[in-house]
Design a protein around this ligand. Structure first.
Ligand SMILES: [Fe+2]
Length: 307
């Protein structure tokens, strides 16, 4: 048997073609009894993640009861969508602050307020968001989540997809779970945001944001759920594995986000808002609307160190 015999068996492409039932648990320990929501209507967009919330005005402070119920929905559904919210940037920032301290993105353009990151995409600037990823995992403390609002929606396309990385973990074969248990991986911004920086600026940024080492499987700090925490945009290698083995394993793990049963797809309208849990999900912005424009503004909530 060659040296990669184990890998060849465990990560052979045939395994990814495996059909049949998948475990689709929204909660760490199966689908627990559900408690109804009393302060809004919640409409799931699928069995696993993503739900539209109706009956909440994001332009006014939430208050503690509504905040508590929305927080429960946020943990249960991982991505919450709100439609017909005619709110200002300031109100978007205020809503994001309900979930924690905010953080700025050091590489992306600022929007209409200091806390806002602006994504303006058109035929000349197509962006990097159509790769499955969680945001800023190259930070030592990656974002808890984000609030996204589209100020310009293309006439067709421009959907965003999210994948439930807890479900992706659940469905790994046992031998893969055992293999990755306790492994850590390096996350680095260089190959994305560092590509076009002058060498001296890149060096300064690399000092400010050194590559981060995170567990390959993180435990969600609020739900306790095990979550696959490597992504194709920022995870560069697995610590302690030879380069080829690391690459093979990472590519296999990255592809778990591609499985449709773990995903939800959201079609934006004017005044739609999404709030997602960046610790539990990855996302992908479909780049299928050029030469039309799509303008999005994001407010990010600071997170904690993965464990
Ligand atoms: Fe993103």
């Amino acid at each position: 048997m060659n040296q990669t015999g184990y890998l060849s068996r465990s990560y052979a492409p045939v395994r990814e073609l495996k059909a049949g039932a998948r475990q689709l648990n929204r909660f760490p320990n199966g689908n627990q009894e559900e408690h109804p929501y009393t302060l809004f209507t919640l409409k799931p967009l699928g069995p696993l993640l993503g739900a539209e919330i109706e009956g909440v005005d994001l332009g006014t402070p939430l208050g503690s009861d509504l905040k508590a119920e929305l927080h429960r929905a946020f943990l249960e559904w991982k991505v919450l969508f709100f439609r017909n919210q005619q709110i200002t940037s300031e109100q978007q920032v205020a809503f994001a602050k309900e979930w924690g301290a905010l953080e700025r993105h050091p590489f992306l353009p600022q929007g209409s307020a200091e806390e806002i990151t602006r994504f303006e995409k058109n035929a000349n600037m197509t962006g990097n968001e159509n790769v499955w990823h969680a945001d800023v995992t190259w930070r030592l403390e990656p974002a808890l989540g984000s609030v996204l609002r589209l100020s310009e929606v293309p006439p067709l396309g421009g959907d965003t997809l999210w994948a439930d990385m807890g479900a992706a973990y659940d469905n790994l074969p046992d031998e893969v779970k055992e293999h990755i248990d306790g492994l850590t991986a390096i996350h680095d911004f260089t190959s994305t945001f560092g590509r076009h920086l002058p060498p001296d600026v890149l060096e300064a940024k690399q000092t400010e944001f050194p590559a981060a080492e995170h567990p390959v499987v993180r435990t969600h700090p609020e739900t306790g759920r095990k979550t696959l925490f490597v992504n194709a945009a920022f995870t560069v290698r697995i610590v302690g594995l030879a380069e080829e083995e690391s690459e093979k394993l990472l590519n296999y793990l990255f592809r778990q986000a591609h499985i449709p049963e773990f995903q939800v797809r959201f079609h934006w309208e004017a005044n739609s808002i999404a709030l997602w849990d960046n610790r539990a999900t990855q996302h992908y912005a479909a780049s299928d609307y050029f030469p039309n424009r799509r303008i999005a503004e994001r407010v990010s909530i600071a997170g904690d160190r993965p464990f």
